[in-house]
Design a protein around this ligand. Structure first.
Ligand SMILES: NC(=O)c1ccc[n+]([C@@H]2O[C@H](COP(=O)([O-])OP(=O)(O)OC[C@H]3O[C@@H](n4cnc5c(N)ncnc54)[C@H](OP(=O)(O)O)[C@@H]3O)[C@@H](O)[C@H]2O)c1
Length: 324
């Protein structure tokens, strides 16, 4: 008897043209999923055209126009999907409202659409920033998934991105609890790695600025780093593993920015680095964090070492002609 072919599993990825989302889409297509990607302008070939070049895209990928504040558009993209990866969120916005509204209302729009569509599981891309900014956190704490950034503290310091991610994730958990929605959140550190389009996204631009001698007007706090492909894979593992639940920190290594600079100089001595010492971060909420990555490792992630991540990212800059 002829074996029955399993129907392709249909999932939606929000913000499909983004750095992390496009990697998630590429890996999902490789795994045989049918993917509906939401983008703000499907007609913008310069921004989203690269998605069509992914293996199986012509049969298994469709683009759906949806702003995060447009419930109806999100709902029509999500209806009929078995799972949703909600990745889109403002990274660079002009002001508080520009960050908070699409992040929080947008997340609730996506989750409401998922609830109505009876989606089996939602993976929300949160961030490590939702865990580390708390003035009461002990300096030597090993941050795990039980930690949360302090809302008032972030508001007071006008950390709108951190606030947007923290409030969005909190709102998501509240919604999931009230509506019995299966939600899993992924909390990546600073994500580096090759871009699938031909741009330098905001997190890679930090690396770009370091290797082009631009001094970052950043404080010297330590940060966690992770490869973009590992980040995408972690999202999919969290989606596919029936026992995955709760929050997952996704961090490969932790380094002070100054140490990252030294490390880069060792790996790529031919570039000029700006050695101006970064201002030491003294505010207690921003003290260095150590992260536990045990939970995501238990999901099956084998992290790419930072050295390899940096090499691949720099090579990508070269291939795109951003640096020599
Ligand atoms: N990169 C990192 O280091 C890092 C670390 C931790 C967490 N994250 C999280 O990962 C996710 C993806 O970030 P990324 O690094 O891949 O950045 P990205 O390339 O800038 O992607 C952000 C995406 O969000 C979309 N978006 C923003 N506002 C929107 C709105 N109002 N309606 C619809 N779409 C909207 C953007 O669409 P357009 O292309 O139309 O602007 C873009 O596709 C975000 O949730 C971010 O907070 C990133």
């Amino acid at each position: 008897m002829a074996q029955q072919q399993q129907p392709a599993r249909t999932v939606c990825v929000t913000g499909g043209g983004g750095f992390i989302a496009s990697w998630i889409i590429k890996l999902l297509l490789q795994r045989g999923y049918t993917v509906r990607a939401t983008v703000r302008d499907p007609g913008d070939k310069k921004k989203n055209g690269f998605l069509a070049s992914f293996e199986s895209a012509s049969q298994n990928l469709t683009l759906h126009k949806a702003d995060l504040l447009d419930y109806d558009a999100l709902s029509s993209a999500i209806m009929g999907c078995e799972g949703v990866f909600h990745v889109a969120s403002p990274i660079l916005a002009r002001d508080e409202v520009g960050f908070l509204d699409p992040a929080i209302k947008g997340t609730l729009n996506v989750l409401r659409a998922c609830h109505e569509a009876k989606v089996k599981r939602v993976i929300l891309t949160s961030s490590v920033v939702t865990t580390i900014f708390d003035p009461n956190r002990p300096v030597d704490a090993i941050v795990d998934e039980s930690y949360w950034s302090d809302i008032d503290y972030n508001r007071k310091h006008e950390q709108w991105y951190t606030l947007s991610k923290t409030l969005a994730e909190k709102a998501a958990w509240q919604f999931a609890k009230e509506n019995e929605l299966d939600l899993v959140t992924m909390l990546p550190a600073l994500v580096f790695g090759p871009s699938l389009d031909s741009t330098i996204n905001p997190s890679n631009s930090i690396l770009y600025r370091l290797v082009t001698g631009v001094s970052l007007s950043e404080y010297n706090f330590s940060y966690g780093y992770v490869h973009v492909k590992d980040t995408a894979e972690a999202h999919i593992l969290a989606y596919e593993n029936p026992i995955a639940s709760g929050r997952y920190l996704c961090v490969e290594s932790v380094l002070y920015f100054t140490d990252l600079l030294e490390y880069l100089e060792k790996l790529f001595p031919n570039y000029t680095y700006n050695k101006r010492c970064f201002e030491e971060m003294t505010t207690s909420g921003f003290v260095p964090g150590k992260f536990s990555n045990q939970k995501v490792v238990n999901l099956g992630i084998r992290f790419t070492p930072l050295e390899q991540t940096l090499k691949e990212t720099i090579l990508d800059f070269k291939e795109h002609g951003f640096i020599n």
